[in-house]
Design a protein around this ligand. Structure first.
Ligand SMILES: Nc1ncnc2c1ncn2[C@@H]1O[C@H](COP(=O)(O)OP(=O)(O)O)[C@@H](O)[C@H]1O
Ligand SMILES: [Mg+2]
Length: 253
């Protein structure tokens, strides 16, 4: 299981900490400068750019609009021309900071549905993942993107939950749906915002999924999020410890 790229989808119920954990994971993986890491904010509610300190200029939704415009204006079409155009659009949309690249799905304007941007995102992941060693996808809450196979290429399903039954149920359902819909290699649950080890022990009693690890409730994360600050200053702090273990035990193996 040493194949690259490793494509990690961070999924779970809304508000459990997917974006915070995606950011920390991305920062950790990109510490090794020879690795190429792509972080994707796949949540139309957007947010991953802030803890990564990245300014988003162009999103998958913008790419889609540009592609439609170029077809409408009679630009050379045909599959090859379209793929070239998509390559160019992607090159423009990927925000790069050394060995870290970033892409956001964006929020479709008007009352358009998300399914078209979602399927474009799936195409994009298929096209670009191979250029990276690690891809971290901050997923939309719930099961829709698994169900619609946006996560088709995912190798590692990183299911985040808080202590609520609701959070754990969503993690369990996502894993079940994923088994029918995508060909992931590994799935596991990660407990976030834990009060103490005792709470983790209680939660483990009713858990049926492999366990990646757990992370305590942390005031610094709350504060940085409240202020919209980058999480890069957590790089050498003990906040990273549970994620370092997750990388060693779950992602690298
Ligand atoms: N370990 C943690 N300790 C304290 N607060 C956290 C922790 N993880 C997440 N949060 C806070 O919980 C809220 C939701 O987190 P977020 O990462 O945006 O969740 P999601 O992306 O799943 O909706 C944010 O205010 C964030 O600061
Ligand atoms: Mg989020």
């Amino acid at each position: 299981m040493t194949d690259f790229p490793k494509i990690i989808a961070v999924c779970g119920k809304g508000g459990v900490g997917k974006t915070s954990i995606s950011a920390l994971l991305t920062i950790l993986l990109s510490e090794v400068k020879t690795r190429k890491v792509l972080a994707i904010d796949a949540d139309p509610a957007v947010g991953l750019s802030l803890p990564l300190g990245i300014e988003v200029k162009k999103t998958v939704d913008h790419i889609r609009n540009d592609l439609i415009r170029s077809i409408e204006s009679g630009e050379k079409s045909g599959k090859e021309a379209l793929l070239n155009r998509l390559d160019y659009e992607l090159f423009e949309a990927l925000e790069e900071k050394d060995n870290l690249a970033f892409l956001a799905i964006g929020r479709p304007e008007g009352d358009g549905c998300y399914c078209q941007v979602n399927s474009l995102l799936r195409e994009i992941i298929q096209n670009v993942a191979g250029k990276f060693d690690f891809v971290v996808i901050d997923g939309e809450a719930g099961i829709e993107q698994i169900n619609r196979r946006v996560m088709e290429m995912v190798t590692h399903l990183f299911l985040v939950t808080d202590s609520s039954i609701k959070g754990q149920n969503v993690a369990t359902i996502i894993e079940k749906v994923a088994r029918n819909k995508i060909r992931f290699q590994k799935a596991g649950v990660f407990y976030n915002r834990m009060q103490n080890e005792e709470e983790v022990k209680q939660l483990l009693k009713r858990n049926e999924l492999p366990v990646i690890g757990w992370m305590p409730e942390n005031q610094a994360i709350r504060k940085y999020d409240r202020e919209g600050k980058s999480f890069f200053s957590f790089q050498d702090s003990n906040i990273m410890t549970p994620l370092k273990q997750a990388v060693q035990g779950f992602i690298h193996e």
